[in-house]
Design a protein around this ligand. Structure first.
Ligand code: ADP
Ligand code: ADP
Length: 232
């Protein structure tokens, strides 16, 4: 589903070149929950922007959902970005819009008719367990409920991959568990591939099938959670 081969990313800054990714190889299979764990500065955000097709690598090959990034024009890129749904640490909701309007937003951008939007939003609200909250504003919701809105919005256009950027880092432990459970349920029921980027070991242990450890711009270990963290 996602394959990065010998990916290098160098940022040109006024202070000189900064190497964010040195030689990164990564393969995420269809339908799995894949975790990437690393400290601050390891290159996690850069990796996200590459998978998200927001950035091109300096060297190497990026393949997402059957497309090779270098072969895509800017126009094709913006279409392919719909294959990737994303959720964030601070939710990134529109504060002046209701739950239903937030979830409908990507559907509007896709040009879905009003009737179809309404039906799809109702489906999504049920999927994430926010029944009765359609008309609430984000400020009236708990952190966990806000992230449920984020998840519904990310899934609105049926993406192939759900990319989670520190999605539970702003939540308390109990809420973290409920969101991880929801992600796990969604993975199972929709078969969607999930990539989880985090600095928290707990999150990886809880739901990831496989994991990669990112350090100083490259993957230093990759395997099942058991292989990497539970072996003697
Ligand atoms: P993480 O998300 O794991 O903290 P990043 O991908 O943000 O890692 O950063 C990796 C390295 O690349 C860091 O040294 C960071 O300072 C640098 N970096 C990231 N983004 C940029 C940018 N847009 N311009 C210049 N340097 C950057
Ligand atoms: P719009 O005018 O499109 O309805 P808003 O004015 O509500 O959007 O918000 C514009 C952007 O600013 C959104 O991306 C939203 O996430 C962000 N934003 C607005 N209010 C807040 C807030 N109180 N805290 C964090 N982000 C906010």
């Amino acid at each position: 589903m996602i394959r990065l081969t010998h990916v290098k990313k160098v940022y040109q800054t006024s202070a000189g070149p900064v190497k964010a990714l040195t030689d990164l190889n990564l393969e995420v299979r269809q339908g799995e929950i894949f975790g990437v764990i690393g400290y601050s500065g390891a290159g996690k955000s850069t990796l996200i922007r590459l998978i998200n097709l927001l950035e091109r690598p300096t060297e190497g090959r990026v393949e997402v959902a059957g497309h090779v990034l270098s072969a895509l024009s800017e126009k094709e890129l913006s279409r392919e970005r719909k294959q990737i749904g994303m959720i964030f640490q601070h939710f990134n909701l529109l504060w002046s819009r209701t739950v239903a309007e937030n979830i409908a937003f990507p559907l509007e951008l896709s040009g879905l008719s009003k009737d179809k939007r309404k039906k799809r939003v109702e489906e999504l609200i049920r999927l994430v367990g926010l029944e009765g909250r359609a008309s609430s504003y984000p400020s009236q919701l708990s952190g966990g409920q806000k992230q449920r809105v984020g998840i519904a919005r990310a899934l609105a256009n049926n993406p192939a991959v759900l990319l989670c950027d520190e999605a539970t880092s702003a939540l308390d432990p109990k809420t973290t568990d409920s969101i991880l459970q929801l992600l796990s349920d969604i993975n199972r029921s929709l078969g969607i591939t999930i990539v989880l980027i985090t600095h928290e070991m707990y999150v990886i242990n809880k739901i990831c099938h496989r994991v990669a450890v990112l350090d100083k711009g490259s993957i230093v270990e990759e395997g099942t959670v058991r292989d990497i963290f539970l072996s003697p």
